[in-house]
Design a protein around this ligand. Structure first.
Ligand code: MEV
Length: 316
């Protein structure tokens, strides 16, 4: 039995979402983390093998200070279910690039949590699982808003406000996105802490920028509801300019955003924590190939096309 969890992409509202403004995000179902459960001899206990990361992790129910996210995820799931560790090996693999704004940590934790649940033949609803994965995100990412784990666990495009149940995104027509990787890793924890520092230094200026992002996201939600790709595109680019003002862009991100827009994308922005990682461009279907080629020439190391709306209840 294989469990999986998708990557996520943030369409709009990253960073401001940490301060209580809305964000819009969706799963990227083509890129997933997977976990599988294998039997182990009686008395062997539970072990997680993260072979991509060269890690073999024993899971003990009573161990304090577990310093690995996957072992801690398994421990929290077992405690929530009030069961002992099964005799099993859970193998986890992921196709999601790490430290690139696509929620790889939340996806790997979610795949492992679901594998543990299977291994003990139990069930946990998505709300309870989301709480567990959020706890893990908090331990490893400082002050996350909860948007990443929410999209990864529920696997649906959402309009998200911190501390509130996610609202399913109403999508009025097909929207095509190209998501491109700068190839430069960047830790969300670092950029979130840097934005916090900037906010503490200049609360008024940064507060205004965050509020601008919030207003952009509200207007973008209407544009998505109306299937208005042109309006959405310019809101995405405006959002990128606000993120640049928060100092979370990078030369590579600027190159890719400019390349997409110069080649006819309706809008483009960095996606996720920034300073590297991924960017996203909204494109008309007839420019998908040209924009992808332009991104590749501008240095993108990996490019995927995804769609929201129309025939897709979420992206393929
Ligand atoms: C990271 O995917 C999104 C950020 O807004 C951080 C968060 O919401 O926790 C940068």
């Amino acid at each position: 039995m294989i469990t999986s969890a998708p990557a996520k992409f943030i369409l709009l509202g990253e960073h401001a979402v940490v301060y209580g403004f809305p964000a819009i995000a969706a799963p990227l179902n083509g890129l997933c983390a997977h976990a599988s459960v294998h039997p182990a001899p009686v008395g062997a206990g539970l072990r997680i093998e993260a072979l991509d990361m060269n890690e073999v992790l024993p899971v003990e129910l009573e161990a304090d200070a577990v310093d690995n996210a996957l072992a801690l995820t398994a421990q929290k799931v077992l405690k929530a279910l009030n069961v002992a560790p099964p005799d099993a090996v859970i193998r986890v693999t992921s196709h999601i690039p790490m430290a690139s704004g696509l929620g790889s940590g939340a996806a790997v934790s979610t795949a492992v949590a679901r594998a543990v649940i299977n291994a003990v033949d139990a069930d946990i609803d998505d709300d309870a699982l989301n709480d567990i994965i959020y706890d893990i995100e908090k331990l490893y990412h400082g002050t996350p808003s909860g948007v990443d784990n929410t999209v990864v666990v529920y696997q649906k495009p959402v309009y998200f406000l911190r501390g509130q149940p996610p609202q399913l995104l109403d999508i009025g027509g097909a929207l095509h996105f190209i998501i491109a990787d700068t190839g430069e890793p960047s830790l969300t924890k670092v950029t979130v802490a840097d934005v916090r520092r900037l906010y503490d230094e200049q609360p008024h200026v940064v507060g205004n920028t965050l509020a601008d992002i919030g207003a952009i996201v509200e207007r973008a939600r209407d544009a998505i509801r109306n299937g208005d790709a042109v309006a959405l595109g310019s809101l995405m680019t405006a959002n990128h300019h606000s993120l640049r003002a928060l100092n979370v862009s990078s030369d590579a991100l600027e190159r890719l955003v400019d390349a997409a827009i110069d080649c006819g994308a309706l809008g483009a922005k960095l996606s996720g924590g920034g300073r590297g990682g991924h960017m996203i461009a909204l494109v008309a279907p007839d420019t998908i190939e040209a924009v992808s080629a332009a991104l590749s020439s501008a240095g993108a190391v990996h490019i995927v096309h995804t769609q929201l709306g129309a025939d897709h209840d979420h992206n393929p």
